[in-house]
Design a protein around this ligand. Structure first.
Ligand code: PEP
Ligand code: MN
Length: 332
């Protein structure tokens, strides 16, 4: 349920009303907008008398929220959420590009990739140290050593780092990692989501291979309900009957998410298409659809990459894509 307060409500009145709701066992989410304050009520609201609430002096309106996602709902929090990732802001008009190789492979590779993406204008470095591969015989990542190399690249370039975490037990290893990625295959790893909810760290939550938009938001809810508001959603393509591309880029999901949630939304054209030749047009499409950031795979030598070779851009191609992204942003 949400209660919109009149802008004449005093601080004292708001405090008393919030306490009254809390005494009834409800969790109250306060969101101060430019013109009014919105109270989001979570819990068993069937006990409340809507007509009585509407008659209160300080209340403008009261509405029941039928969607199962509450804290991620834009009705609860009309303003865009801005998440700070190691000093880089995402959301609320702050745009950024997260770029780097699919996997961290060795020192020379991650350092050269980090320098190249920074030079082209990316402001967050990505790189997988724990890789969720379809085959157990494929490269699984460098694990702790991969995180150590990412931290070295961060030290040299100053770029905050983003890397995929696969289980709650790995949280201590990620202590100095700025942005924890939950991959598509782990979108419904509820124990992981709950554990990340307790860390307070920025989480990049990728949409599952066959997850609906509502399921993605319910996974975000798992993180937020544990007290972590720093969730960023990612559309990375979904499984359809089409086989020409690796997945089908559901660009409309970006626009839908921007309408129904206040959380920032990232577009990942690399995993969505699996083809380096499609990254430029799909990056532009994601930007025009409202994406707050893009995640793009870049490798200094894609043909030698140990994972996702076909979709990674060379630094020269990435520079071209960055120019195209700027052009797309200029028409917004
Ligand atoms: C990745 O970012 O390298 C990755 C494995 O992504 P996804 O979980 O979207 O497949
Ligand atoms: Mn990848």
């Amino acid at each position: 349920m949400i209660a919109v307060l009149k802008n004449t409500a005093t601080k004292e009145q708001v405090k008393n009303l919030v306490k009254w709701f809390e005494d009834k066992g409800l969790k109250v989410n306060e969101s101060q907008g430019d013109y009014c304050m919105v109270l989001g009520l979570i819990g068993d609201t069937t006990q409340l008398d809507i007509d009585m609430l509407r008659s209160l002096d300080i209340i403008e309106s009261v509405t029941r929220v039928s969607e199962p996602f509450k804290q991620a709902n834009r009705k609860f929090h009309p303003e865009d959420t801005i998440v700070d990732v190691g000093g880089v802001k995402i959301g609320g008009g702050n745009f950024c590009v997260i770029a780097g190789p699919c996997s961290v492979e060795n020192e020379e590779q991650i350092l050269s990739c980090a320098r190249a993406v920074k030079e082209a204008g990316a402001t967050i470095l990505r790189g997988g140290a724990f890789k969720p591969r379809t085959s157990p015989y494929d490269f699984q990542g460098l694990h702790e050593e991969g995180i150590r190399l990412l931290l070295e690249a961060k030290k040299e370039t100053g770029l905050p780092i983003c890397s995929e975490i696969m289980s709650p037990e790995q949280i201590p290893i990620f202590e100095d990692v700025d942005f924890l990625q939950v991959g598509a295959r782990n979108m419904q790893n509820f124990d992981l989501l709950k554990a990340l909810g307790k860390t307070g760290k920025p989480v990049l939550l990728k949409r599952g291979l066959s997850a609906t938009i509502k399921e993605l938001l319910m996974s975000a809810e798992y993180i937020m309900s544990e007290g972590n508001p720093n969730v960023i959603l990612c559309e990375r393509g979904i499984r359809t009957y089409e086989t020409y591309t690796r997945n089908t880029f559901d660009v409309s999901a970006i626009s839908v998410l921007k309408q129904i949630t206040h959380l920032p939304v990232v577009g990942d054209p690399s995993h969505a298409t699996g083809k380096s030749s499609l990254i430029k047009p799909m990056s532009m499409a994601a930007v025009v659809s409202g994406a707050d950031a893009l995640e793009i795979e870049v490798h200094t030598c894609p043909e030698k990459a140990l994972s996702d070779a076909a979709q990674q851009l060379t630094p020269a191609q990435f520079t071209e894509v960055m120019e195209a992204i700027d052009k797309a942003r200029s028409i917004l």
